[in-house]
Design a protein around this ligand. Structure first.
Ligand code: FAD
Length: 441
């Protein structure tokens, strides 16, 4: 074992120490439901809660333990729209402004902002204990050029003052971060963080409290066939009749919809947790306890753990799944580039999970061949996928509420069938572009 790892290093997410995914409260797959929901992450559970509150009988079908996907593995950064449609680098203007037009883009940003209100409301209403705080984010500029780009797009991101953005030049950078690695950055006050697995556990408990919701773990859905006016869903070998079906499988969308598989690109994201650090070290490294991400294409994102004792350092490295200890070594090297004083610190946890990218960098909700879907978090789904789960739930229930996400075309590419053979090449390209930017940008 490399000495960067603690002798008891775990490849389970650090978050699972407090809330490990379980099958507790699981029921056998019933014969029928009004709505069958495939996947038990934030999206599926948020949809289930909304539907049950509108009087629907819902069954949530999960392939493994509840919440074992991205929802209990994430960094727990809560964004109010900063990441919406941003494309590969946070420093560039969103490609959506030219493709959708500023008005539509503003409509999407409005809803991204509402997703923050919604998650806050749900945490309060359902009394979810998950260390939720709105403490702001620091977006660290990887190059001088990125700083200028952030400055240029700040007005759009600020969204009429709603996001609370302001620039921090390099000479003031140490007011935010104990590192000289970056070229200044932008503070976004309306940004938060939470404990992702405890938030998921809270949503699961909210489902358990609602008699209209049946939760089925270890019930992988293998087929969905039209059956009269509804569907026959095969889950864990049992057939369930449902009037409607929602796919909320995001980065784990292998089965049962080839249509969805052609539209999401599953991508690995990885995180390490350090051993406990001295309080003064933490205070020096992340001065105001904000969440931090940088503007690289292969971005890094990091924060302090809710107990204030560790740094959780995440990033996208190679895009494809790899041994968590291997990704841990790479992340550690990155972390030490930002914080050389952590060179002797040991890693206690190193894990990976899957996010779902899309060809237009946007998440999507809608209906295809009668089957509803909500997918494509593009790496940022704590608030957004919770919100879209709620929106699609309301839409299935027949609510007459319009969303800026309604009717957006969900693009794919010719020859793409869900196999991500191109990711190593894209990852290598992004890596070399990041190097190029760093040298000349
Ligand atoms: C390492 C990492 C870090 C991240 N950091 C952040 C962050 O800091 N901030 C942020 O906003 N977002 C972050 N994200 C993204 C965020 O976690 C996701 O957007 C969000 O959790 C998606 O929720 P979901 O319910 O759509 O999908 P998931 O939580 O992935 O749930 C999908 C579920 O579908 C199940 N499933 C798949 N196929 C089937 C089937 N056939 N039958 C039954 N069940 C099936 C899976 O088992 C899984 O449980 C991160 C993600 C990862 C992986």
């Amino acid at each position: 074992m490399d000495d960067i790892f603690h002798p008891d290093v775990s490849t389970d997410p650090y978050w699972w120490l407090a809330a490990k995914p379980t099958a507790e409260g699981s029921s056998p797959v019933p014969d029928e439901a009004d709505v069958a929901i495939v996947g038990s992450g934030y999206t599926g559970l948020s949809a289930a809660i909304e539907l049950a509150d509108r009087g629907f009988k819902v069954t949530v079908l999960e392939a493994k333990e509840f919440g074992c996907g991205a929802s209990t593995r994430s960094g727990g950064h809560v964004s109010s729209g900063l990441n919406l449609g941003k494309g590969p680098s946070a420093a560039k203007p969103s490609p959506l402004i030219s493709s959708l037009g500023q008005d539509r883009y503003n409509g999407l940003l409005d809803e991204a902002s509402q997703s923050m209100d919604r998650i806050q409301m749900m945490i309060e209403r359902e009394k979810i204990d998950c260390h939720f705080v709105i403490g702001g984010r620091f977006v660290a500029a990887f190059t001088r050029g990125h700083y200028k780009s952030l400055e240029a797009k700040m007005a759009v991101l600020d969204h009429n003052g709603k996001a609370g953005c302001r620039m921090v030049p390099r000479e003031k950078q140490r007011d935010e971060i104990g590192s000289d690695y970056y070229h200044g950055g932008m503070v976004v006050e309306r940004s938060g963080k939470l404990h992702p697995a405890m938030y998921h556990r809270g949503l699961l408990d909210a489902c358990r409290r609602r008699p209209g919701i049946t939760l089925c773990a270890h019930a992988p859905v293998t087929a969905i066939d039209a059956n009269g006016s509804g569907f026959r869903v095969m889950a864990g070998g049992t057939a369930l009749r449902a009037a409607d079906v929602l796919l909320s499988t995001n980065g784990y969308s292998q089965k049962p919809s080839p249509w969805l598989k052609r539209r999401v690109i599953p991508l690995a994201s990885c995180i390490i947790a350090t051993e406990e650090l001295e309080p003064d070290v933490i205070k020096r490294l992340i001065v105001h306890d904000r969440s931090i991400n940088d503007t690289k294409r292969l971005l890094s994102y990091y924060r302090v753990s809710p107990d204030g004792k560790r740094i959780l350092f995440g990033g996208r490295e190679t895009f494809f799944t790899q041994d968590p200890l291997e990704s841990g070594r790479r992340l550690f090297a990155r972390m030490v580039r930002v914080y050389p004083e952590l060179a002797k610190t040991r890693v206690t946890h190193s894990w990976t999970g899957m996010v779902a990218m899309t060809f237009d960098h946007l998440p999507h909700i809608g209906r295809e061949n009668g089957i509803y879907y909500a997918a494509g978090c593009n790496g940022s789904g704590v608030a957004m996928m919770s919100y879209l789960g709620y929106r699609i739930g309301a839409s299935i229930a027949g609510a007459n509420e319009r969303s800026a996400f309604d009717g957006l075309p969900f693009p794919t590419k010719p020859m793409y069938n869900g196999k991500t053979w191109f990711l190593p090449a894209v990852g290598a390209y992004f890596k070399s572009m990041d190097k190029w930017d760093r040298m000349f940008g």
